[in-house]
Ligand binder design. Sequence first.
Ligand SMILES: Cc1cc2nc3c(=O)[nH]c(=O)nc-3n(C[C@H](O)[C@H](O)[C@H](O)COP(=O)(O)OP(=O)(O)OC[C@H]3O[C@@H](n4cnc5c(N)ncnc54)[C@H](O)[C@@H]3O)c2cc1C
Length: 387
Amino acid sequence: MNNYDAIIIGAGSVGTPTAHFLSQKGLKVLVLEMRAASGQGDNKAAIGGVRATHSDPGKIQTCIESLKIFSTWEEEYGFDMGWKPGGYCFPVYEEKTEEVLKGLLPTQKNYGLKIDWINKHKVAEIVPGINTENLRGGTYSPEDGQVSTLLAPIGFQREAQKNGAVFQFNEKVIKYELKNNKLTSVITDKKKYSAGVVILANGADAAEHGPLLGMDIPVVPDTHEAGISAPVKQFLAPLIVDLRSGPEGKTTNFYFGQNREGQIIFCYTPKELFIGTDRESQSEFMPIIANRMISLIPRLQNLLIRRVWRGCYPMTPDGVPIIDFAPEIDGLFLAVGMCGQGFMLWPGAGKNIASLIVDKKPIISEEANNFFRYDRDFYAAKKEALK
Ligand SMILES: Cc1cc2nc3c(=O)[nH]c(=O)nc-3n(C[C@H](O)[C@H](O)[C@H](O)COP(=O)(O)OP(=O)(O)OC[C@H]3O[C@@H](n4cnc5c(N)ncnc54)[C@H](O)[C@@H]3O)c2cc1C
């Protein structure tokens, strides 16, 4: 009973869609999760933004698949994941940002993405009440959207279970057994299991499993805070990303949107990173984000804030996830280092790895797939920048 075709460690943003796609292909799947339910790690810290409008082919092609899956999930499986179309809008106030975003458009359009530069009047139309002083215009990608991070893991888990996948909660993986570089068993605080392939999808804790497996897993988490308001009447269709640095000197970009329930959900990227996994909220978050949001859209001053939280971005040195077979351990697949985009990447990436594992070929192009390889030079971009 303890032998499976695939074991997934972690039932989060990564683990739950992976369980769905692997079990859909007929594999006998076991998911081991140390928490009491799916999606209770950093998955539920995400604000649920899903966009394909990235700058590299790996993320673009993977998120195109994710968008197809999220936007048709209810139709296909009769379960509402809180999908809200409405796109992403990056309003732009600075010349340099305009150049950068316009520079990405040819690549993005090359992959068939619907994204364009729009003038300031159009931005003001789709972002009602936006501050138009010095507004230059912005990018708008109407086919991106939002999903509930609370509902999505339940949807994936439910379908995986229908296909026979087993979810074991409150069970922590603590050890592995290897023989001649083959991963032979996974040991939890309760039992010992074996499988043809083990998928490591344990988010912010990935690096801790490096020494247990005798390899380096270059994932360092840093934390980001977010919050949500009480619901207000729907007025904001797209998610908004403001790429400016904040006047308070502590923030870089910030992003927010209005979910299907009418709540405004928001977070920012701190200038100085908070390295580690301390998920306690900080007193500076609300005053800073409130100022930024109100100066962008003054009518947001009337919002009632319901709660705040802090979660991790499991970061790799180059900000790109690792989605690859471990090079020196037979039977181990690494699905770690999701950075700030694990929620949006994983339906597409889960479908891709199910195809890699079962059909031995990716559903995205080889070029795109290579972006996620473990054996890449994680410091290549930094070295290039220093030249
Ligand atoms: C404020 C904030 C906003 C964000 N917004 C977005 C967004 O809009 N869109 C987006 O795409 N991403 C967003 N993210 C990023 C996203 O949350 C992460 O990239 C993603 O959740 C990581 O997924 P994961 O499956 O790797 O980790 P998790 O979802 O944390 O899953 C890992 C699971 O593994 C389990 N686990 C760990 N160790 C063990 C063990 N030894 N045994 C058993 N189980 C174990 C954990 O309990 C956990 O459930 C945001 C993050 C934050 C903090």
